[in-house]
Every structure is written in structure tokens, then in C-alpha cells.
Design a protein around this ligand. Structure first.
Ligand SMILES: *Cc1c(COP(=O)(O)O)cnc(C)c1O
Length: 369
């Protein structure tokens, strides 16, 4: 008799995705190597056109990472020292760092407990005469409620920079386009559209933000060796652009697959003793992450680990509790703090097998809080 094989479900396995598109990827990489041009070449231009089309934006400016996309977009929109930038208290630290890099001050606003996105009702109270921009983050793959956010921003003359690092493929009221002044994407390898290294992009319909972003990502260079501002070296490279061009063609299919897996988790977990993710009526969740919640989160994570299920926490320490932001440590954002203490991300990638999905669900169901 065969010995009982123990289950192991990885949180994410990028090798499976690579093997499913290996021929296309290998060909794209060798094409770049054979051409011998590695920075700001044809593939970058081609990707920028393709991604602008995907995001239904006039311009796409590719950059070195999602963090740099946010940083450069803020600067391109005129954010600088003395300004305040409203950011969600519940997000990855890069959202706040981008404001800090500009010399601006991040001002946190608490999350909504159902979507984990910034709470539009709490934005107005955080606005001061110094507020220059707000960065709604489309958390876990679901849009923040952009309607009310845009209304406040227009009324108070504030720039809206969307942090779309987690939301490739999501929709808000049937739309996938830039809803704010500019949207910033990350192509970090684990994201819904991921490169094989760091990469990011800015998309916008605002000509001035686009022009400034093109300058800032490339040493502030207007013409060869003519520099009109102190820019950065933050460019997407040809290899990553070639890889992203291949993967972009599969993105919609992958997001659909993730949505199917979410539906399967939703029904398999309906009787489990956890809070499930909710899809807001206003949009389409792209399930970058499938995040459940439990008051006994750490015990739940241990329980799943013992059953061979790999999970992660996004994110265990709110930004205002981080040492890097010690000046904020005494501030309180109850929803963000609760989320940090209770959220748990289950395995969620398009290549998960039915057996794996069932094993994850069964392990969660067998947890007794
Ligand atoms: C991943 C991520 C970033 C940063 O992107 P990088 O490409 O890793 O620099 C910014 N904001 C959010 C919400 C993210 O998830």
C-alpha cells in the first residue's frame, strides 16, 4: 500500500506559471539578448503602448518599480516639501514612503472594515490647507470607492494618485481606466501582472504629469545629455518589458481564473468560522490576494501550516506602528490595527489545482477557534 502522502499547498508557485508560457517567454528573452539593446529600446516602447491601451490611458511611463512609480508620479504632479499626502493606514509601506521621498508628510486615514480600502467618509477630516494629494490604494485587488473620493478631491482641489499595485484586472463600475489624475502599477513578480524582477508603470491622461514623469525617470534628460531637472535612474529594462508583453496577453485569463478560485473558496468556506473577503457592488475584484479574517489568526495560521497549507499576512504591522514612522506610533487607526491583527492570505494563483483548493478549504473548515 502507498504511504499516505502529506499535502503541501504553496502560497504561490511562479514556476508553474513560467512552465505554462515557457516557449513564449524564452523566445522573448532571447530576442532581446540577440538585439543587444537593454535600456529604453523597442520593447519598452511597445510595452508602454500596450499597457496604456490596457489601462485605456493616453500615456504609460514605465519605471523601475511600483514604489518608484508612486514617487515619480507624486513629484510629477508637483508634490514636494511642506505638502501633506493622504494615504490609507492599511496598505504596504511603499504608499507612505513615496510621499516621504518627496519631502511631503503622509497623513493616514483609516480603512473600511469590509473592503480594507481607505474609508472615503474619513478623508475630509484629514484635509488641511497643506493637503496636496490623496493616494487611494486598491487593496488586495479591489478598487477603493473612487466615486466619493473623486468628489472630495475635486471639491477640495486635491490630486488623486491611484496605487494600483495590487489591482491589475480589477474594475470600478465597469471601468478599468485611470479614474484619478494618475495611476501607479507595480510589476513585482508576485503581482497579478509580474515581471521577473522589479518593474512598475505610471499611467495617466494628464500631459503634464506624463511629460514630467518621462523626464524624472531618466535623469531629467530632455535631449541627450541635456538635463533640465534633477531626475532619477528608474527605468524598465528591455528584458522585463519583453517578459511583460508576453504576460500581458494572458492577464485577463489569469484574473478570470483567480475569480473562479475565489468563487470556489467562497462556497467551500461558507460555513467556516472565518470572515471572508467581500466583493463591493461597485466593482470587480481581481483577487491579487484572497484575504480571510479571524480573531484567532495566529492560531489559524499555525493550524493551516500543520496541515501543509502555506499562508501569509498582508500586513502584520500597520505603517503608523513601524519604527520607520516612529513619529506616528502614538496615533490610532482602529480598523487598520484590527486588520493587521486578524487578516490571513490564503494561496491564490491561477495554477492552483482543484485538489489544492479543496485541501485549503478543508483545512480552514477544520479549524475550531
Ligand atoms: C507592491 C506594492 C507597492 C510597491 O511596488 P514595488 O514594485 O514592490 O516597488 C506599492 N503599493 C502597494 C499597495 C503594493 O502592494
Amino acid at each position: 500500500m502507498r504511504k499516505h502522502e502529506s499535502v503541501f499547498v504553496p502560497f504561490l508557485d511562479l514556476k508553474r506559471q513560467y512552465h505554462s508560457i515557457k516557449r513564449e517567454i524564452d523566445a522573448a528573452i532571447s530576442e532581446v539578448l540577440e538585439k543587444g539593446r537593454f535600456i529604453l529600446g523597442e520593447k519598452v516602447e511597445e510595452f508602454e503602448k500596450a499597457f496604456a491601451k490596457y489601462a485605456k490611458a493616453k500615456q504609460c511611463i514605465s519605471v523601475g518599480s511600483g514604489t518608484e512609480a508612486l514617487h515619480i508620479a507624486l513629484r510629477a504632479a508637483g508634490v514636494g516639501p511642506g505638502d501633506e499626502v493622504i494615504v490609507p493606514a492599511h496598505t504596504f509601506i511603499a504608499t507612505a514612503l513615496a510621499a516621504s521621498y518627496c519631502g511631503a508628510k503622509p497623513v493616514f486615514v483609516d480603512a473600511r472594515e469590509d473592503t480594507y480600502c481607505i474609508d472615503p467618509e474619513k478623508i475630509e477630516a484629514a484635509i488641511t490647507a497643506k493637503t496636496k494629494a490623496v493616494i487611494p490604494v486598491h487593496m488586495y485587488g479591489q478598487y477603493a470607492d473612487m466615486g466619493p473620493i473623486m468628489e472630495i478631491a475635486e471639491k477640495r482641489n486635491i490630486i488623486v494618485v491611484e496605487d494600483a499595485a495590487q489591482s491589475h484586472g480589477a474594475e470600478y463600475k465597469g471601468k478599468r481606466e485611470v479614474l484619478g489624475d494618475v495611476a501607479c502599477y507595480s510589476f513585482y513578480p508576485t503581482k497579478n501582472l509580474g515581471a521577473y524582477g522589479d518593474a512598475g508603470a505610471i499611467v495617466t491622461n494628464n500631459g503634464e504629469i506624463a511629460e514630467n514623469s518621462f523626464l524624472l525617470r531618466n535623469y531629467g534628460e530632455k535631449k541627450k545629455y541635456e538635463h533640465i531637472t534633477k531626475g532619477f535612474n528608474s527605468r524598465l529594462d528591455e528584458l522585463q518589458a519583453a517578459i511583460l508583453l508576453v504576460k500581458l496577453k494572458h492577464l485577463d485569463r489569469w484574473v478570470e481564473k483567480k475569480r473562479q478560485i475565489a468563487t470556489e473558496y467562497n462556497s467551500a468556506l461558507s460555513k467556516a468560522d472565518v470572515i471572508m473577503p467581500m466583493e463591493a457592488k461597485y466593482g470587480k475584484h481581481a483577487y491579487y490576494l484572497y484575504v480571510i479574517r479571524s480573531k484567532q489568526r495566529d492560531r489559524l495560521q499555525q493550524h493551516l501550516k500543520a496541515k501543509g497549507i502555506d499562508t501569509l499576512i498582508h500586513y502584520p504591522i500597520p505603517i503608523h506602528k513601524q519604527k520607520a514612522y516612529s513619529e506616528y506610533n502614538s496615533q490610532r487607526y482602529p480598523v487598520a490595527e484590527k486588520a493587521a491583527a486578524e487578516v490571513l492570505s490564503l494561496p491564490m494563483f491561477p495554477e492552483l489545482t482543484n485538489e489544492e483548493i479543496e485541501a485549503v478549504a478543508a483545512a480552514v473548515r477544520s479549524f475550531k477557534p
